[in-house]
Design a protein around this ligand. Sequence first.
Ligand SMILES: CC(C)(COP(=O)(O)OP(=O)(O)OC[C@H]1O[C@@H](n2cnc3c(N)ncnc32)[C@H](O)[C@@H]1OP(=O)(O)O)[C@@H](O)C(=O)NCCC(=O)NCCS
Length: 169
Amino acid sequence: MLSDQKIILRPLGDRDKEDLTRLANNKKVWDNLRDIMPFPYSLDNAAFFINMTRQEKPQMTFAIEFDGQFCGVIGLVIQQDVYKRTAEIGYWIGEPFWNKGIATTAVKLITDYGFDQLDLIRIHTGVFEYNIGSMRVLEKNGYTKDGVFKKAVIKNGKIWDEHRFSIIQ
Ligand SMILES: CC(C)(COP(=O)(O)OP(=O)(O)OC[C@H]1O[C@@H](n2cnc3c(N)ncnc32)[C@H](O)[C@@H]1OP(=O)(O)O)[C@@H](O)C(=O)NCCC(=O)NCCS
């Protein structure tokens, strides 16, 4: 478990199924994520996801809790082969919890975990061009923009640039 005052990162469990479904089943969240994220998001999708993350050793996916309430998910995906000391970071916060500094703290906690406990050298991610809030979250945590992958993304049938961010140990 990783924590900073009111914000805790902990493994997901069965008790999160309803909250996960309710908060993930939101087009405004989905619009900023890859299409592998189901939408609409069902209880079965939540159960499958929780089950998948239960087997992780070390833990790579975390529920984000704010003031004791489940409010989102954050995770690292370790890359393969020569990239094995790089991870991709991904996260989302349920809409009722936006703009309270939660993602900023969650990214800080998991970035420190990646460097201190997983021995990573680099953490990176891609942000769709219209997601200014997420870019701000990364910048507030010391991530810098590596560049713009022009027209790399097709989302909602439209083509978008992807802004790539990273931080190194
Ligand atoms: C993006 C997201 C993670 C931000 O989470 P959050 O908990 O609201 O973020 P925080 O409150 O920690 O910080 C948000 C920052 O972005 C700023 N911001 C938010 N929306 C903005 C906008 N449209 N334009 C400019 N700045 C914006 C906020 O003012 C804040 O910056 P500040 O602290 O300097 O004022 C959340 O909105 C979300 O989950 N969205 C859907 C999924 C997603 O985008 N995931 C990330 C994919 S890369």
